[in-house]
Design a protein around this ligand. Structure first.
Ligand SMILES: O=c1ccn([C@@H]2O[C@H](COP(=O)(O)OP(=O)(O)O[C@H]3O[C@H](CO)[C@@H](O)[C@H](O)[C@H]3O)[C@@H](O)[C@H]2O)c(=O)[nH]1
Ligand SMILES: [Mn+2]
Length: 752
């Protein structure tokens, strides 16, 4: 038998058939796109030089060419994802003994107990404590940006519960170690290897203890420990730092077999006059504070709603990090984001299938995926701001310019530094506590490179994207690992408003990078990054600009149709075939890819529909946000996604009914486009019947019909439904006005 130390810790596979098919598709589709652009551009040139058409017609032609150029450009960038997809397997059981494993710090962020229920946050905390990893090498940190006493209280209770929960999970081999997920499992077959009477008995006891814990936390929440609104707002904006190692004394006297990871509560200082840089700011505080206490060589980052669903993730990640050939330049191992609350119909496409089943696989075949905010194990040293093989500055003055003036922090930077906090303890060591508070203070980062080069970067609301991108530019690589059992599970928005607000944040965050000096296309290439990987990264950055295409295609051809103006080739014209072929080739490729990645026909349709909705709303408003920011009027805001579940919303989501409750002006473009397309369809059909010029208007008629059909849930939302989840009447009213304006504009332009 082979020695387990000589067996590979991981393997990599290239699916040759998929690669060949993808490349063939890219080649054919590229030719078609080139033909289309040639047709548009040459016609436009002819109109401009011959003056054979009124200027308004030329303008419409120009708008369509621009939008097709944008679409083609983004499509081209995205094709890089399909060039070289790979998949990986890891074998954690082949890792050497536990005592040779490196220390890991887990960072969990929460920001507001009213939007992120403390009980859910604690479930994430407990699941992270229960990772299958040597307890003395695991430290779990919670950053509480809400500064809520109830969260601290809940954490102390969670620690007490973990004292019984962890030994139970270890003893019976329970894999689902998030207590809430474990006790709400519907299958009769309990997770846990031993199905003896003893196990069942213990399980009942554990269930009772979990219920007691739940009650304690919920009572604390109800009793108003969250505080009255003004108080909690003040606590969020203006407060001193507070750091507590939970149950520190108990840990020291614990027996070896029920050892627990350390658990640390961190509330950073906040002052209204200081920018706090949202999640990136919170993570950087955790990086500094943890360097004093545990200084784990690797960090696992989790959102507070993303619990660990399989305890093996830490060891699986180490299979890559500890591989001597990969390790020197490997910055992080990213797991996919997956969600526990996806309904079978998944109308908002919360699974993010393309991201996690296509794009990151594609990136992995090049230099690796980007950071995805949560569920990644990153090397601490990769966040120090240097290239993989480069040392930190030797000079103390320069080091202080990078990391700030804490000598204690600077002492932790060398790779051979060993932390001895376990001997000292935080609570009993006044000096250490003072230092930790200093590191969590607002002023600490002033004049340093934190957020600019060191730690998580502040250049954008999507701190994950920009940090991952800059790491790659510095020469670091990453690995994507998507094992059969989801390692982490989070919650995804279950209503239109949350979905759009989240996507708007992503759009504006991405565009913040696009329109900065770090624009991936230029900065990536200038820093010597490979073209294909740069294209992948740039795709995300340019993706929100899809909105320009979508807005044009949802209005211009329709207004033309209503006024009898043809903007596409006749059915009998050979160029018609190019348009038809592009539509068919794009749709078929999408459908095949959905089916290949485990999806269904319905998922294909849902993705198409949600893409159209998102493009004209969230992406469009993201563009507006950035335009406003660029002219210096307003700063972009984070807009936390709510994790509170309202029963009727869950119900509508489960039934696959769109829920527009609470959505504001962001809906206007999509409602307007639905009304306009409906009107254009009726007008267009009438025109075809009366005038009989069916061949010339065929493409526009088809496009309008297609958009109207896919807009059905919107049309139903404003015209038919009467429940609270319908489109708010005021939005319908605004949209009607917008439609009138567009119709009049179309009439003026096309009949001039
Ligand atoms: O000032 C803040 C704002 C947010 N958060 C935390 O950041 C996380 C993500 O926030 P959420 O509202 O859940 O955003 P999502 O859109 O669901 O998050 C996705 O997008 C973010 C970037 O916009 C990434 O950071 C996330 O990891 C990724 O899951 C949560 O744990 C929050 O508690 C903070 O700690 N401080
Ligand atoms: Mn989230």
């Amino acid at each position: 038998m082979e020695n387990r130390e000589t067996l590979p810790l991981h393997t990599l596979q290239v699916n040759k058939a998929i690669v060949t098919m993808n490349r063939a598709y890219i080649s054919v589709h590229s030719l078609l796109v080139l033909a289309l652009l040639y047709y548009r551009a040459s016609c436009l040139f002819f109109f401009l030089t011959s003056h054979s058409q009124p200027w308004t017609f030329t303008l419409a032609w120009f708008l369509l060419l621009t939008s097709e150029l944008i679409l083609s450009f983004i499509w081209l960038l995205g094709s890089a994802y399909r060039w070289q997809p790979v998949s990986r397997a890891a074998f954690p059981e082949r890792l050497s003994d536990d005592h040779r494993l490196p220390e890991i710090d887990v960072f969990i962020c929460t920001a507001d107990p009213s939007k992120e229920p403390p009980l859910e946050v604690m479930n994430t905390v407990v699941s992270a404590m229960a990772l299958d990893y040597p307890a003395e090498k695991l430290w779990v940190y919670l950053s509480d940006d809400g500064g809520a006493d109830v969260t601290l209280y809940a954490m102390r209770q969670a620690f007490s519960f973990a004292k019984v929960w962890l030994p139970f999970c270890r003893k019976y081999g329970v894999r689902t170690r998030c207590p809430n997920a474990y006790f709400s499992m519907e299958n009769k077959e309990y997770d846990g290897q031993i199905r003896s009477a003893e196990f069942l008995n213990e399980r009942e006891k554990m269930k009772f203890m979990y219920e007691t814990f739940t009650e304690q936390v919920e009572r604390a929440v109800e009793m108003g420990l969250i505080g009255d609104d003004n108080l909690s707002k003040a606590a969020k904006a203006d407060r001193a730092p507070l750091i507590e190692v939970i149950g520190e004394k108990e840990l020291d006297i614990m027996e070896d077999h029920d050892k627990m990871p350390h658990l640390v509560y961190v509330r950073r200082e906040k002052r209204p006059t200081h920018p706090h840089n949202f999640k990136a700011g919170a993570l950087n505080v955790l990086l500094r504070v943890s360097s004093l206490l545990s200084n784990g060589s690797y960090v696992l980052v989790l959102d507070c709603d993303m619990y660990s669903n399989d305890p093996t993730s830490a060891k699986a990640a180490m299979c890559f990090h500890l591989d001597p050939t990969l390790s020197p330049s490997l910055a992080f191992v990213q797991f996919p984001q997956m969600f526990h609350n996806i309904s079978p119909n998944d109308i908002y496409c919360g699974q993010l299938r393309e991201f996690f089943k296509v794009w990151w696989y594609g990136c992995d075949g090049l230099n690796g995926p980007l950071l995805s905010g949560t569920g990644f194990y990153i090397k601490r040293a990769a966040l120090y701001g240097t290239a993989p093989a480069l040392d930190l500055p030797k000079d103390l003055i320069q080091l202080r310019q990078w990391f700030g003036h804490s000598n204690e922090l600077l002492r932790t930077l060398p790779s051979d530094y060993k932390c001895n906090i376990v001997d000292n303890g935080l609570q009993s060591n006044g000096l250490l506590q003072q230092e930790a508070h200093l590191l969590a203070s607002c002023n600490y980062e002033k004049g340093t490179k934190w957020g600019k080069q060191v730690g998580f970067l502040y250049d954008s609301l999507v701190e994950d994207y920009v940090t991952g991108f800059r790491l790659h530019c510095r020469g670091w690589n990453s690995v994507y690992y998507d094992p059969p059992r989801p390692q982490f599970l989070g919650s995804t928005p279950n209503n239109m408003n949350d979905f759009l607000v989240q996507n708007k944040r992503w759009s504006s965050g991405l565009l913040e990078v696009t329109f900065s000096r770090f624009c991936p296309l230029t900065y990536g290439i200038m820093s010597g990054h490979s073209i294909l990987h740069t294209m992948c990264i740039s795709y995300c950055a340019f993706m929100p600009l899809y909105s320009i295409f979508a807005l044009c295609y949802a209005t211009v051809p329709q207004l033309g149709l209503l006024n009898g103006i043809s903007l596409y080739p006749k059915v009998s014209d050979p160029w018609f075939a190019v348009f038809a072929a592009i539509f068919i080739s794009g749709s078929c490729q999408h459908l095949l890819e959905v089916l290949h990645t485990g999806g269904s026909f319905r998922m294909w349709w849902n993705e198409l529909r949600i893409w159209m909705i998102k493009s004209v709303t969230a992406n469009f408003f993201g563009c507006l946000d950035i335009a406003i920011k660029l002219i210096g009027v307003k700063q972009v805001d984070f807009g936390l996604t709510s994790k509170v579940t309202e029963e009727d919303q869950v119900d509508r989501y489960a039934k696959g009914i769109f829920d527009f409750q609470g959505s504001g002006l962001i809906l206007v473009p999509v409602v307007t486009s639905s009304i306009l397309n409906m009107a254009a369809l009726i007008g267009g059909v009438w025109r075809v019947i009366v005038e009989g010029n069916y061949s010339e208007l065929m493409v526009q008629l088809f496009l309008t019909l297609f958009i109207t059909i896919s807009s059905y849930p919107i049309i139903e939302g404003f015209a038919i439904r009467r429940d609270v989840g319908r489109v708010p009447p005021l939005i319908t009213f605004f949209s009607l006005i917008c439609t009138m304006v567009l119709l009049s504009l179309g009439f003026i332009v096309f009949t001039m």
